[in-house]
Design a protein around this ligand. Structure first.
Ligand code: NDP
Ligand code: 8X3
Length: 251
């Protein structure tokens, strides 16, 4: 497929799976993340399938994001698809006890990182009248749960930002999609619980969560539909996950 695809957070989980899926389609890939050694590993693996450019990039760094995307090598400069995937949850404490530093990090990454990357690449898409932004939101953006506080709020931002981008882009061919996954087995819980592998393991124990490949398949699908079709938002869960009842405090 003749597409240049930028993936943020391509070093693990959904982003790494998207990189493999688009590499199998022969796209040109721009892979970003903070862990250079994992980016280099991905480049080594995927270069046999497609051209790969890697950028060690922290999406919280506005200047670095602007500079990196302004300096894409000519072969990768006309970006057709931005997958705003880099993101994280930190902690599961109730709001009254949660770490304000963790809240800052989630807002800086999940909200500002998405803003910076989108703002850097959108003008080129509009000028070319071709392109797509796929944002990775979460069910947590629509459905509250105890301890979801700021993480869920950042993903609500992602959902509404996606819709508002569509409003601004009316009259262009640029598409915007918010994908809102439920529980998926990646490094997500290890990050949320700050390296506590056992606690992370418990999240997926005795069930079958979504896999990164499931999300990659959906990202490929929304980006290979006829260009007149825009999936606005797509919520997806494992069949083993559903909603709980409203909580009631009885006195
Ligand atoms: P992973 O922890 O496996 O992957 C997260 C990716 O984001 C990594 O590649 C990491 O790269 C990157 N990342 C994190 N912070 C930054 C940063 N500041 N700058 C650049 N890259 C960063 O988790 P998932 O694959 O599960 O998460 C991907 C997205 O999916 C996130 O937005 C998450 O919120 C969302 N999501 C996850 C769900 C799940 O249950 N797993 C469900 C719903 C949504 P590096 O560390 O190298 O920088
Ligand atoms: C990740 C899914 O339910 O852990 O966004 O918040 S959840």
């Amino acid at each position: 497929m003749e597409k240049t695809v930028v993936i943020t957070g391509a070093t693990s989980g959904f982003g790494a799976a998207c990189a493999r899926a688009f590499a199998n389609l022969g796209c040109r890939l721009v892979l970003t993340g903070r862990r250079s050694e994992l980016l280099e590993q991905a480049k080594k693996e995927l270069s046999a399938l497609c051209p790969v450019h890697t950028i060690t990039l922290d999406v919280r760094d506005r200047q670095a994001v602007e500079a990196a995307f302004a300096a894409l090598p000519p072969e990768f400069a006309e970006v057709d698809l931005l997958v705003n995937n880099a993101g994280l949850a930190l902690g599961l404490e109730p709001a009254q006890r949660a770490s304000l530093d963790d809240w800052d990090t989630m807002v800086d990454t999940n909200v500002k990182g998405v803003m910076y990357c989108t703002r850097a690449l959108l003008p080129g898409m509009v000028t070319r009248n071709r392109g797509q932004v796929v944002n990775i939101g979460s069910v947590a953006g629509s459905w509250p749960y105890p301890g979801g506080n700021v993480y869920g709020a950042t993903k609500a931002f992602v959902e509404q930002f996606s819709r508002n981008l569509r409003a601004d882009l009316l009259g262009t061919a640029v598409r915007v999609t918010n994908i809102a996954p439920g529980m998926a087995e990646t490094e997500f819980s290890k990050v949320r619980f700050k390296g506590d592998e056992e606690r992370a393991h418990q999240v997926y124990l005795g069930t079958e969560a979504l896999l990164p490949e499931d999300i990659a398949e959906i990202v490929v699908w929304v980006s290979t539909l006829p260009t007149r079709v825009n999936i606005n938002t797509l919520e997806v869960m494992s069949v083993n996950q559903s909603w709980g009842p409203f909580a009631v405090h009885r006195i």
